[in-house]
Design a protein around this ligand. Structure first.
Ligand SMILES: CC(=O)SCCNC(=O)CCNC(=O)[C@H](O)C(C)(C)COP(=O)(O)OP(=O)(O)OC[C@H]1O[C@@H](n2cnc3c(N)ncnc32)[C@H](O)[C@@H]1OP(=O)(O)O
Length: 209
């Protein structure tokens, strides 16, 4: 029996649970502060609030935070670690991950994602469905690569970066911490921390017409 606790009874959590179920976790339960009003998340049970999970570290073989917001995911993951839970990574079986890539704890990698050779991903990241992290990329902690987004070779992104669905980042570009890339954007140049950039080519949102 391999028992996984997922914190966050979200839609994203359902995808984490599916990937975990398909990759060998035999018992999966959710914790969420909406419990007991929320008692299930799709086919999975919600069995307690976040505080209950913090008190049950010994009861699980692993835990993962399923919260889409990067800052909240970071805070929750740090709480779980302090409480003694073992943060694990979850890989959908159809994800292709190079044996020469490094993936931090608490990172989830969904169906048809690819992480190529010598890429380095931090902890608590989301590599969403079909996202591509090319060779030699560096992805900071608690970043989210949305479905079908592409980081071309050697891209470096900071912590808590959100790359929107279908966005593409040119090879060797560097994005600072907490940059948000709008869905469908094409990023051709480096951007400093905290910017929201959109469009083709991507420009800071405040400069859009
Ligand atoms: C499984 C999953 O679902 S994972 C999640 C996947 N979701 C995503 O990838 C969504 C990513 N988020 C976005 O792209 C958002 O639009 C953001 C973060 C870039 C901007 O969001 P907000 O700050 O709420 O901006 P808002 O919607 O008010 O738009 C502001 C302006 O930017 C434009 N804009 C917003 N997003 C984009 C975009 N991706 N590309 C081009 N223009 C955009 C809007 O048209 C608007 O222009 P206007 O002022 O001329 O009307």
């Amino acid at each position: 029996m391999m028992r996984l606790a997922i914190l966050g009874a979200s839609g994203h959590g359902k995808v984490v649970a599916d990937a975990a179920s398909l990759s060998g976790w035999t018992e999966i339960v959710f914790f969420d502060d909406a419990w007991p009003v929320v008692a299930n998340n799709g086919p999975w049970d919600v069995v307690g609030a976040g505080s209950h999970l913090l008190a049950q570290a010994a009861g699980f073989d692993g835990a993962v935070v399923a919260v889409g917001n990067n800052a909240i995911r970071m805070a929750k993951q740090q709480e779980l670690v302090l409480a003694g839970l073992k943060l694990v990574s979850v890989f959908h079986p159809s994800a292709v991950v190079s044996p020469h890539a490094t993936v931090g704890s608490g990172t989830v990698v969904f169906a048809n994602a690819a992480i190529n050779a010598c890429a380095t991903l931090g902890e608590g990241c989301i590599v969403n469905t079909g996202a591509i992290v090319e060779h030699d990329c560096v992805v900071g902690d608690f970043s989210h690569l949305s479905p079908n987004s592409v980081l071309a070779g050697g891209v470096t992104i900071g912590r808590k970066v959100w790359v929107g669905a279908g966005a593409t980042v040119k090879q060797l570009v560097v994005l600072g911490d907490e940059v948000t890339v709008g869905m469908g954007s094409t990023v051709l140049r480096d951007e400093s921390a905290g910017q929201t950039i959109v469009g083709v080519p991507a420009r800071p949102l405040r400069f859009q017409d």
